[in-house]
Design a protein around this ligand. Sequence first.
Ligand SMILES: Cc1cc2nc3c(=O)[nH]c(=O)nc-3n(C[C@H](O)[C@H](O)[C@H](O)COP(=O)(O)OP(=O)(O)OC[C@H]3O[C@@H](n4cnc5c(N)ncnc54)[C@H](O)[C@@H]3O)c2cc1C
Length: 478
Amino acid sequence: MGLKSPAWYRESLRDGRVTYIAGESVPDITKNPWFDVAIANAAEDYVYDDPATKDIRTYTTEDGNLAHRIFKVPTSVEDLEKRIEMSHITGIATGVTAVLMALYNIKDQVAKVNGQYAENIERIYKHCRDNDLRADQVITDAKGDRSRHPKDQDDPDLYLRIVDKNNDGIVVRGAKLHITGASLVHEQTVMPTKAMGPGEEQWSVSFSIPTNTPGIKIINRAYAHPNLSDMDYPVSGRHNAPEGFVIFEDVFVPWDRVFLAGEYQLAGVLAQSLGLWERVGGLIGMVKRARLLVGTAQLLCEMNGIEKASHIQEKISDLVFYAEVLRMSLEHAVRNYKMTDTGMVYPDPMAVNVGKFYGASNWHMMVQKLHDLSGALVLTLPTEADYRNEELTKYLDKYLHTKNNVVVEDRMRMYNLIRDLTADSFGGWELVTTLAAGGGLAAQRIVTMREYDLDGAKDAAREAAGITHTAGKRAARV
Ligand SMILES: Cc1cc2nc3c(=O)[nH]c(=O)nc-3n(C[C@H](O)[C@H](O)[C@H](O)COP(=O)(O)OP(=O)(O)OC[C@H]3O[C@@H](n4cnc5c(N)ncnc54)[C@H](O)[C@@H]3O)c2cc1C
């Protein structure tokens, strides 16, 4: 019980979990170089003795114990602000553990359908919180032919489903794709990918089980190869977490870990419990990256002597507009927070979805501006190893010189930052992730149109047009 340490976290991963990467089975991920950076990042979130971060990383539970703040259900605007501050010092493997906080908050809704499931949610939440465990968000199914319901697919396992039920529990089969940090967490927390209807009981399933449960196999995919140079890969060489293709091959789940097993009317409630928080996380990341784009563009242009050119200033101001709209969306979302019946405070969904949509749909355009002002060195700059080769250093120092107050190595670092962030393996990952993670653009359109006051807007149009009659007096009101 209680807060754990980085050493404890590393040791906890040596539990027989079945994982693969680059075509090979990995018997112990703590000894595999593909996982070095990811595990180091996740372990950092177990550093609780640093006075600079302790207050922001922890909170006191109702039992009087300290726990990681990722488990804190926000009940005030201060809680929301601290959560955002925490996310700046938190790795992704801990970030995804927010799934348990989101689940905990809907337990009363779940209780109306099945009290046992609600008790299970509360117990697993407290078990993870009080033992400082990490969980992931295991939601997206393989989905097969998107135009067909789960029950109409060629293979019924294309959506994870219950294949057996007995007195002790359920047996599930299927696969969940793209799961962030799947091999780095202790609990696989599974939820339906979407709302289900009558006839879809076997696909209406949710539970949480330890990662080393027999039958779970995780195929990892990482954008960052092992042992990347810090200078060549300043972003992906320091931070990464592989995504997992998580296979459930007839996995037994005891009843005390089941949150849903057939009551299809709850599938949508569980699926949606997390959506907003995923997008809040996405928006926080975009605010940070947009500011980084502005700073990177400005600094490189100053190094290259082009910062006063009007077409450059125009591009940089476009980046500033982008960064500021995102920052203001997040700020507005927090200031105009909402509250659930159970007292949980959450950011304004309209501002979050509009911000996430705007950020995702314009990221590619902002990257284009950065590339346009950077030039080809983004791709062709020699590597750190070339620069450290004594035969070559003098040539790079000579021909990468721009002006006396610019150190060539610093200029190289700027180009590496741009390449790594936007044009290499991580950059490509980021282009797709910005769009897909937290649901694609279509998902944000749905929420935005649901939240928007269309009737109010129509009234404004009527007033502007001088339409004064009301419903009933004339033919049906449009
Ligand atoms: C880096 C990364 C990390 C991720 N992490 C996680 C995670 O931790 N946990 C998790 O559960 N998921 C995760 N995801 C998955 C993410 O939530 C999904 O990618 C997203 O929901 C879209 O699903 P999809 O990839 O299956 O694409 P699809 O659903 O195939 O969507 C592709 C396109 O098809 C359209 N489409 C889909 N269905 C229909 C339909 N029926 N009718 C019309 N159009 C349709 C969509 O609108 C979209 O335009 C992650 C994704 C990425 C890229």
